[in-house]
Design a protein around this ligand. Structure first.
Ligand SMILES: NC(=O)c1ccc[n+]([C@@H]2O[C@H](COP(=O)([O-])OP(=O)(O)OC[C@H]3O[C@@H](n4cnc5c(N)ncnc54)[C@H](OP(=O)(O)O)[C@@H]3O)[C@@H](O)[C@H]2O)c1
Length: 324
């Protein structure tokens, strides 16, 4: 089989499509014929060796995997050959076959296409876990989302809107702002507008109940200051690339507010059953068309380098998907 593999972490040029033998699934594992693997911000970090965890080498990128079951290892129940399955793991998806853990896999409903299902996995898992498990987000509450046109942010916009929330999105430029409004945001503000906080205050004079923040940077403190009393700021990521922001400790005190971390990887390590439950909820919502995957472009496995290059495009809206 063919796999896009790197023998060291670094630039995309350090990776190439190679022929590899197909392995056999061990106990608790499933062998998938890969149909689609979604890529996002995290995959580019992992490839460059800039993620919190460095994978063992050689490394095949792509952890948001959808494929058909070809074989199962000992002790695997609930999965059968031919079934379409989604799995989330550290890598292995940019290949014609992938061996995944049954504990991190769920069945994909028949109505969902492979590419769409793959594009829902990490962003919607993170957004759901952040909003509802870590954020205690409830219908009718107001939510401010940074990076609202991006993968994780746009998933938060959709999930909050679908749950009856009042959503304000921060994005840049007309096309991205229109996109965020179409996903269900009640108000979209351009974070480059120096008056965006004043506009937010016009709509929410007492502040917002929750902030969902995959961006950080200079927006971090401004967003925390936009919280209502007893509000909660969910720290999801630092996509701005401006380093790790700091917060004066008097601000949580003055707000009776909270800062809560959201780490989907930790959830996967500590509670894989919860990951399965959340993915089942997400696929159910997608099947009922309450949420939908946003895909910017789809590439063949041979074009995996171009797929990684397109991740860095400033005009990208949505996931990049590779279909081996
Ligand atoms: N905690 C977790 O478990 C978890 C899981 C997945 C991802 N993440 C993290 O979440 C972050 C976003 O990932 P993603 O896949 O959503 O990335 P993405 O699709 O590339 O989106 C990034 C978003 O950040 C916005 N952005 C970038 N620079 C900005 C700036 N200086 N000011 C304001 N907005 C800015 C972009 O909006 P514009 O284009 O409008 O600037 C875009 O909407 C990353 O840091 C990633 O590592 C965390």
């Amino acid at each position: 089989m063919k796999a896009f593999r790197g023998h060291r972490l670094g630039a995309v040029e350090d990776f190439a499509v190679e022929d590899r033998p197909v392995g056999a699934p061990q106990a608790g594992e499933i062998l998938l014929r890969v149909e689609a693997t979604a890529l996002g911000f995290v995959d580019a970090l992992v490839m460059r060796g800039l993620y919190q965890v460095r994978p063992p080498l050689p490394f095949v990128p792509g952890g948001e995997i959808v494929g058909r079951v070809e074989a199962v290892g000992d002790g695997v129940t609930g999965f059968a050959p031919g079934q379409r399955v989604a799995s989330w793991q550290f890598g292995g998806g940019l290949a014609e076959r992938a061996i995944v853990s049954a504990a991190s896999s769920v069945a994909v409903p028949g109505a969902l296409e492979a590419a769409s299902a793959s594009a829902l996995i990490l962003d919607f898992l993170t957004a759901y876990y952040g909003l509802f498990d870590r954020g205690g987000y409830r219908p009718g509450q107001s939510l401010l989302v940074t990076g609202a046109s991006g993968g994780v942010g746009s998933a938060a916009v959709q999930l909050a809107h679908a749950s009856g929330g009042i959503v304000v999105g921060l994005a840049s430029g007309e096309a991205k702002m229109r996109h965020v409004a179409a996903l269900g945001a009640d108000l979209v503000l351009d974070y480059r507008d120096p008056d965006w906080r004043a506009r937010l205050k016009d709509r929410h004079p007492a502040g917002v109940d929750r902030v969902f923040d995959p961006v950080g940077g200079p927006l971090f403190e401004a967003c925390f200051r936009s919280l209502a009393k007893r509000g909660r700021h969910l720290v999801v990521g630092f996509a701005s690339g401006d380093g790790i922001p700091k917060l004066p400790a008097n601000l949580p005190l003055l707000k009776s507010g909270e800062l809560a971390g959201v780490d989907a990887r930790y959830l996967g390590e500590s509670d894989p059953a919860r990951v399965q439950t959340i993915l089942e909820i997400i696929f159910g919502l997608a099947e009922r068309k309450r949420i939908s995957a946003v895909i910017d472009r789809t590439f063949a496995l041979a074009d995996a380098p171009a797929a990684f290059e397109s991740l860095a495009s400033a005009t990208r809206i949505g996931k990049v998907v590779v279909t081996p």
